[in-house]
Design a protein around this ligand. Structure first.
Ligand code: SAM
Length: 287
């Protein structure tokens, strides 16, 4: 058996096992060789890599990673896919499938137990309904992840990759870019999937920086400041920062002055550097 990434090969596997697609689990299987190759090269998959895949489906991407990587652990929630994966991944000793909900997996423990303590890469065609929670879980839970290369809904990729001042720039852009350099790896229009979804997709690469780029004194206050600033998009910072809940107008005015930020500006114009600076002043007020 070679690649599964043609419509014909996917159909054969699905029919043989009488598999029923579940819309609510985001089951749209990739049927494009080119995009698979771009995912592998975007993630620079090598024989030293320990990879976590979320949602292997019938194993299309898993097989291609298994051909090169040191080890692949693929976590699939749908138990009806497990016997299929057993067959499609049969020849790979370096691939392990776990039948679990990714949101309930202790990833740190998994990395320790099955992937030599890491470092790891997260490479996946993600189920759309939980894209952001999965990506944030990997970034926030102190997991030794170096690269995240994932297929997500186009609009989500645009938000993750957006620059200040653009219409897509918001809390998600900052949450991701606080930790990572971002890169658009490939476009995947809807016709590249079976069944065809009603959205287009993009593969985004999030390359985690080894050293922190921004000097943030208190991350909790930093993210609260970002959230408050985007909470009411059309409001000036002087008004929206009231959403923090612990600064009055005069204090907000002072904090903005100290951070050298005009009180009439809106959150969507601030760079991450400016947010970091602003949050550090807010933190000083809290102490
Ligand atoms: N990797 C395959 C491909 O590229 O063709 C399938 C990708 S499909 C978009 C998403 C996969 O994620 C499905 O196999 C689905 O069953 C699985 N999935 C959905 N929710 C999940 C969860 N909470 N944990 C683990 N896997 C999940």
């Amino acid at each position: 058996m070679d690649r599964l990434s043609s419509h014909k090969a996917t159909k054969e596997v699905v029919q043989k096992h009488n598999f029923k697609f579940s819309k609510s689990l985001g089951q749209n299987f990739l049927i494009d060789d080119n995009v698979i190759d771009k995912i592998l090269s975007g993630a620079r998959v090598s024989e030293e890599d320990n990879i976590i895949e979320v949602g292997p489906g019938i194993g299309t991407l898993t097989r291609e990673m298994g051909k090169t990587a040191k080890k692949v652990v693929a976590i699939e929630i749908d138990k009806s896919l497990i016997p299929i994966l057993k067959e499609t991944l049969e020849e790979f000793d370096n691939v392990e499938v776990i039948n679990k909900d990714i949101l309930k997996v202790d990833i740190q423990e998994l990395v320790k137990e099955k992937l030599n303590g890491g470092p790891v890469k997260l490479i996946a065609n993600l189920p759309y309904y939980i894209t952001t929670p999965i990506v944030m879980k990997f970034l926030e839970e102190d997991i030794p992840v170096t690269d995240i290369v994932v297929m997500v809904q186009k609009e989500v990729a645009d938000r993750m990759n957006a620059l200040p001042g653009s219409k897509d720039y918001g809390a998600l852009s900052i949450a991701v870019q606080y930790y990572c350099e971002t890169e658009i790896v490939a476009k995947a229009p809807r016709h590249m999937f079976v069944p065809q979804p009603n959205v287009d997709s993009t593969v985004i690469g999030l390359h985690v920086r080894e050293e922190k780029k921004y000097k943030v004194d208190n991350e909790e206050i930093f993210f609260k400041t970002v959230k408050a600033s985007f909470g009411q998009r059309r409001k000036t910072l002087l008004n929206s920062l009231g959403g923090l809940g612990f600064l009055n107008k005069d204090e907000i005015r002072e904090v903005l002055q100290e951070a050298n930020i005009d009180e009439k500006r809106r959150g969507e114009t601030l760079s991450i550097e400016e947010f970091a600076n602003l949050a550090n002043k807010v933190t000083e007020y809290q102490n």
